[in-house]
Ligand binder design. Structure first.
Ligand SMILES: Cc1ncc(COP(=O)(O)O)c(C=O)c1O
Length: 421
């Protein structure tokens, strides 16, 4: 039986949902690999378990809880012992004290991210986000929000600036910031973040007098434990304590413990705002499995031991980044048309392949396809993160590659670039 297209049956919201561009590139790469082609996948923000393992104590605790038959519903906000561990961790690491009642867990950062937008935004209200940035443009659509894109550029290490936020502040209801930033691997300094907080605080001071609802800051710090030596992750409440009542912090074991498939994230918010989030997470049923929660409670109850795991993880990320950094610097210094922004955190590197004139092309997509075919390297153009400029900037992710793969890929890249130089 034939009938109208699927679109006819669906809501406007459903018809408007964009598929992830990153995942469609990843599918293309997988197909090439299955056909036996040599491709290094610098694409997904996932951690391959062959390269990066979750702490052994975590998987042991997980197995033991499963064997104890702990299979019933957990409480919607999370197990009390987990909320307690995470609350103590946030105090220890970032000086942020929301108490255990201000911690709400979900199955990864995404459900708590979704919940934090739902908490504040009415349809048509302004959701401001940096560009380039991971996935915010999809959330603007899901919330029927007004899209307020604040573009960064290479001078700001692609981070949004206080001036950029100030220009649009009167239209903003929710501002989302991410540091270390996906896709650029760059971090706010205390001064940069402080200047943005000052813009928010000044606006909120004005709004309080006129009875207008405040600007809320959603601070996505899922890569906060991954910074290069000499770079400190900063939190809004550390730099401006008055931001406490306006800040929702998001974090997840997806990145911190390289446990993307285990699905546990959390939100830290002023406790007086917690009740509707707990109900929303409960209605969506998006709480993490009870055994995962139990294992995370144990892991996060020992911050000192956790720091040792993070140190080791940082050094394995840095092994890969060092090769990229050294190889790209050599290529750039020898006159090849590549550039990059020194990595500061996370698992990403902003890299510029300025091949427009060498290849006689106009788009990042054409450069991407050339890199894939001629150098066997798969990268993601900044367009996938909302930056539409055809300027040759791409994200390199090291989450799924070995040290040897990175070295081999850099040799292939240099050869390919030499061939068109
Ligand atoms: C900045 C940022 N926030 C949130 C997430 C989502 O994390 P999760 O997998 O825990 O939902 C990601 C995933 O790549 C991310 O890069």
């Amino acid at each position: 039986m034939t009938g109208p297209d699927g679109e006819w049956y669906l809501s406007e919201l459903a018809n408007g949902i964009e598929r992830s561009r990153i995942l469609s590139i990843a599918t293309q790469v997988k197909k090439m690999k299955d056909e036996g082609k040599q491709v290094t996948a610098f694409t997904v923000g996932d951690f391959s378990p062959e390269q990066f393992q979750v702490p052994l104590s975590f998987t042991e605790a997980l197995a033991s809880v499963v064997h104890q038959n702990q299979t019933n519903y957990p409480p919607a906000a999370g197990l009390p012992e987990l909320r307690e561990s995470l609350s103590n961790w946030m105090i220890y690491k970032y000086g942020l004290n929301v108490g255990s009642e201000g911690i709400i867990v979900g199955s990864g950062a995404r459900p708590v991210l979704f919940a934090s937008f739902k908490l504040f935004l009415e349809p048509g209200e302004g959701l401001a986000h940096g560009v380039p940035a991971w996935n915010n443009h999809y959330y603007v659509h899901l919330n029927s929000a007004k899209d307020i894109a604040i573009e960064g550029d290479s001078d700001s290490r692609f981070l949004p600036t206080a001036d950029g936020v100030k220009e649009r502040i009167s239209e903003i209801r929710v501002l989302i910031l991410n540091s270390p930033l996906n896709p650029t691997g760059t971090c706010f300094t205390a001064d940069e973040l402080g200047a943005i907080c000052d813009v928010v605080l000044e606006e909120n001071h004005k709004r309080r007098k006129t009875g207008q609802k405040p600007v809320m800051l959603v601070y996505d710090q899922v890569y906060s434990t991954m910074t290069v030596k000499g770079i400190e992750h900063v939190h809004p409440v550390q730099v401006r304590p008055d931001m406490f009542e306006f800040t929702i912090t998001l974090d997840a074991i997806s990145k911190s413990l390289t446990a993307t498939g285990l699905r546990l994230g959390w939100m830290a918010l002023p406790p007086k705002l917690a009740a509707p989030v707990i109900a929303l997470i409960g209605h969506m049923g998006s709480w993490p499995a009870r055994p995962i929660q139990q294992a995370a409670a144990e892991t996060y109850s020992d911050p000192k031991k956790l720091e040792l795991y993070f140190e080791d993880l940082d050094s394995r990320i840095s092994d890969r980044m060092e090769i990229l950094f050294t190889s790209l610097t050599q290529m750039r210094d020898s006159g090849l048309p590549v550039d990059f922004i020194p990595p500061q955190g996370g698992i990403y590197l902003s890299t510029r392949f300025n091949l427009f004139s060498a290849l006689g092309v106009n788009t990042n997509e054409e450069i991407r396809l050339w890199l894939l075919k001629e150098a066997g390297i798969a990268v993601i153009p900044f367009q996938a993160f909302g930056l539409e400029d055809e300027s040759g900037w791409f994200r390199i992710s090291i989450g799924a590659v070995s040290v040897d793969e990175v070295s081999d890929a850099m040799v292939r890249l240099e050869n390919a670039l030499q061939s068109i130089h």
